[in-house]
Every structure is written in structure tokens, then in C-alpha cells.
Write a protein that binds this ligand. Structure first.
Ligand SMILES: Nc1ncnc2c1ncn2[C@@H]1O[C@H](COP(=O)(O)OP(=O)(O)O)[C@@H](O)[C@H]1O
Ligand SMILES: O=C(OP(=O)(O)O)[C@H](O)COP(=O)(O)O
Length: 406
């Protein structure tokens, strides 16, 4: 089914430029190890063991955010995963980077600095424009092949993702291959019984996208996270707006999407399951809950769906033939607020249904709470790209790999 060239098609002992997605949570400046490292490690190990000279590119955060940091820690974490040294150079395509690239021996691995530290990287532009950037034009002559393994960033038209396939022979890495096959299969698959989508997370557009395009294929949507607060607001409850001036979780999303949220809520009321209540932290730093009628967004930050909601979603999941989950139902990173996410993920794991767990952040809950990845048909390390695959939207980074193979 693969429609692009993979690393199986590489010639021997190549100088390869590999785009990964190592975008990770950062806590107090410390990059958190996660599934993206272990998944990409497979591609890197294979390339290094085959004797290629392996140069890695990746991004972290966005300029202006706390998570926008150097990739020096990523090199160390990755070295632990592949069991060999990962050199790091704090440069992308300057003299320092080029010297390090040219000095690389067969089987050696080098990571370049955060691609988003180059002004050429971020503006979303056509591949033809990106291919002409100094970034791409300077680096490309130092390589024989470009490998895109960054499935979870394939929805972005950034230089490191769409520029190189136009100027170098282009191949897919192992993560790209696996995610593409699993997610494309989902979009085209038919199920006999009930199909459920559990959607949480922080982005209203994720929920809107799947409801709009898959609303007729999915029987039930169980909502959690910030997305559910916006739908609760549409249902008339006192929730779904920002209580602090410097907080921007709700108001912008509500302003941009209120008509569509209200419309979807009216049109699909039978399919949409909303929380019965939400959890917050009380004055003793303990978990406490409000029923929907008690919600008061001016005074409380709501961090999880209530226990009653967990009990409401559980049988829906267990009666399903297929369950897709995207986005956490609460702030599961804090144990007090993990009940919603863990409850749903555990019910999916224990049910003999076709199951996919999606979301870079959300998939972390599996190991954090001692669950086995093998209990699911697929655990995607992608968030936005996974949603786009499900809804049939283009992933430009992948289109270019397919074009390159034709
Ligand atoms: N009620 C909530 N308030 C704040 N954050 C929430 C809430 N519910 C879920 N989240 C957060 O949503 C994040 C995951 O959502 P998102 O980033 O959209 O998805 P992903 O990265 O998994 O694609 C989790 O890290 C979780 O902490
Ligand atoms: O983590 C990513 O996307 P995700 O949060 O949708 O999983 C990708 O690295 C893309 O990052 P971006 O959304 O800052 O362009």
C-alpha cells in the first residue's frame, strides 16, 4: 500500500538528511522524554547500522513560547534510545554545521539546531518557495538523500519539511511509513458495529473537524477537555470562557468558532455526549467536583471530567466496535485530574474493539499510568496530522514524498 520510497530503497552508504518530529513537552526548561524519541530511534538506528552518515533535523516549540529551546537535550535523550553517540551542533546551515556534517563518518549521527531558529523555516509557503531558501539551498549539496520521518509535522509547509523533496531524492522513514499506513487505513475503513470517537484536548478545531467530516461515520462523540467546555457553553452552562486576562484557553476559540459549535451541538445533539460535571482543585489542593448546574467559570479552573462522566462514557466505549481517541479528557499530567483520560484509555484497552489513540501529548498517558501500548491497534504520535488524516485533509509533506516516487 506504500506509495512512496522508503529507506529500503536507499543506495548504500549515503549522506542522509533526516527530518524528525522531536517536539516535546518542556518542564522547567527540561525536555521530557516521550514516545517520539523511541519511535524515531528505530529509523535512526537502522540508518546508522546500515553505514549511512546520518544528519538529523527537528524543531522544538515556536518562537516566543517557553518550549522554544535548543535541541542539545534532545541529542542526549536520543543517544540513550539508540545506544550510540548523537553529536550536536548549535547551528543549522552555517559554517559550523557544514563542517560538522562534512566531518561525519559512516554510521555516525549528528543533530542540527532547532530548525525554527532559522527565519527561513516557519512561514507557511509553497514547496517551490521553500526549495529556494538559503536554508535548503545551502544544506542540500552536502547530502545524497532526504528522509522525512516527521509524520506528525507533515501538515506544515515549513522549509525542512517541504523544501528538500524538490531538490534531493526523497524517502520516508519508518515512523512516516507506519503512521501513514495506519491512519490512511482508518479513514477508509468500514465497521459493522458502533463507532465512537472520544475527543478532548485543548483545540476546538480538532473536534469541529472530525464532527464536520466524519459525523456520519461516527455514531457517538464523547467529549472532554477544553473542547467539552466550549460545547457545555453552547448548551447554556457557566463555563468555556477565560477567567484570567492572561489566559487564552477559551475566548479566542469561542469567538472564532461559536456559530459552528452551536450549530453542531444543535444538529448532532443525539450523537454528542457531554460531561455531567467537572473537577477542580479545592482550597486544600484536593480534587473536588461540580455538577453542570454548579459550574462557575469565573471562580474555578476545571481540569477534568467528573467521575460520573467517566461512568457514563465507560459503557459506550465497551459497547463499541471501534474507538478513536484524540486529546486528553483532563490534565492527566497531574494525577488528581487523570481519572477522565485514564478511565477512557483503560476502557478502550480492555475492550476487544479496533482502537487508535492519537495525540503527541495524550499518548503519554499510556506509559504514565502503566498501560501497555500493545492493548491498542495503533498509538499515533501525531495530533494535528492525525486529525487531518482522519478528516481526509492534505498532508503536504507526504504528498511530496508520493510525487517524488512517481
Ligand atoms: N480541562 C483542561 N484544562 C487544561 N488543559 C487540559 C484540560 N483537559 C485537557 N487538557 C490538556 O490537553 C492536553 C492534550 O491536548 P492537545 O495538546 O490538544 O492534544 P495532543 O497534543 O495530544 O494532540 C493535555 O496535555 C492536557 O493537559
Ligand atoms: O507537535 C506537533 O503537533 P501536535 O501538537 O498537533 O502533535 C508538531 O510538532 C507540529 O508542531 P506545531 O503545531 O508547533 O507546528
Amino acid at each position: 500500500m506504500t506509495s512512496f520510497n522508503t529507506i529500503d530503497d536507499l543506495e548504500a552508504e549515503q549522506r542522509v538528511l533526516v527530518r524528525l518530529d522531536l517536539n516535546s513537552p518542556v518542564e522547567d526548561g527540561a525536555v521530557q522524554d516521550n514516545r517520539r524519541f523511541s519511535r524515531h530511534a528505530k529509523t535512526i538506528k537502522e540508518l546508522a547500522e546500515a553505514g549511512h552518515r546520518v544528519v538529523l533535523m527537528a524543531h522544538q516549540g515556536r518562537p516566543g513560547n517557553d518550549t522554544f529551546v535548543s535541541l542539545d537535550q534532545h541529542a542526549e535523550i536520543m543517544a540513550g534510545h539508540i545506544g550510540r553517540d548523537v553529536q550536536f551542533v548549535d547551528d543549522i546551515y552555517g559554517e559550523k554545521a557544514l563542517d560538522a556534517i562534512d566531518a561525519l563518518e559512516s554510521g555516525e549521527v549528528l543533530l542540527l539546531e532547532n530548525t525554527r531558529m532559522s527565519d527561513d523555516e516557519l512561514p507557511e509557503e509553497d514547496p517551490e518557495v521553500k526549495a529556494e531558501t538559503e536554508f535548503v539551498q545551502t544544506l542540500a549539496p552536502h547530502f545524497d538523500a532526504y528522509i522525512n520521518d516527521a509524520y506528525s509535522a507533515a501538515h506544515r509547509k515549513h522549509a525542512s519539511l517541504v523544501g528538500f523533496p524538490l531538490v534531493l531524492p526523497a524517502f520516508a522513514g519508518r515512523v512516516m511509513e507506519t503512521e501513514y499506513e495506519a491512519n490512511t487505513a482508518i479513514a477508509n475503513r468500514e465497521f459493522d458495529g458502533q463507532v465512537t470517537m472520544v475527543v478532548g484536548g485543548t483545540k476546538a478545531t480538532d473536534v469541529i473537524g472530525v464532527m464536520n467530516t466524519l459525523g456520519d461515520k461516527i455514531d457517538t462523540f464523547c467529549l472532554g477537555g477544553i473542547a467539552s467546555h466550549l460545547f457545555l457553553r453552547a448548551a447554556g452552562y457557566d463555563i468555556g470562557y477565560d477567567r484570567h486576562e492572561n489566559l487564552d484557553l477559551y475566548d479566542t476559540q469561542w469567538e472564532n468558532n461559536k456559530e459552528i459549535i452551536q450549530e453542531l451541538y444543535e444538529e448532532r445533539r443525539d450523537q454528542i455526549k457531554l460531561p455531567e460535571g467537572l473537577a477542580y482543585e479545592d482550597d486544600n489542593d484536593e480534587r473536588a467536583e461540580h455538577d453542570n448546574e454548579e459550574l462557575n467559570a469565573a471562580d474555578y479552573d476545571y481540569m477534568d471530567i467528573s467521575e460520573e462522566t467517566v461512568d457514563k462514557y465507560d459503557p459506550i466505549i465497551r459497547d463499541s466496535d471501534a474507538v478513536f481517541l484524540k486529546g486528553a479528557l483532563g490534565v492527566f499530567e497531574d494525577e488528581k485530574f487523570a481519572a477522565g483520560t485514564v478511565g477512557a484509555v483503560k476502557a478502550i484497552a480492555e475492550t476487544d474493539c479496533f482502537s487508535v489513540i492519537g495525540g503527541g501529548d495524550t499518548s503519554r498517558s499510556i506509559e504514565m499510568y502503566g498501560m501497555d501500548e500493545n492493548a491498542f491497534d495503533h498509538v499515533s504520535i501525531a495530533g494535528g496530522a492525525y486529525i487531518r488524516a482522519l478528516t481526509g485533509d492534505d498532508l503536504p509533506g507526504i504528498e511530496l514524498l508520493i510525487d517524488a516516487a512517481q
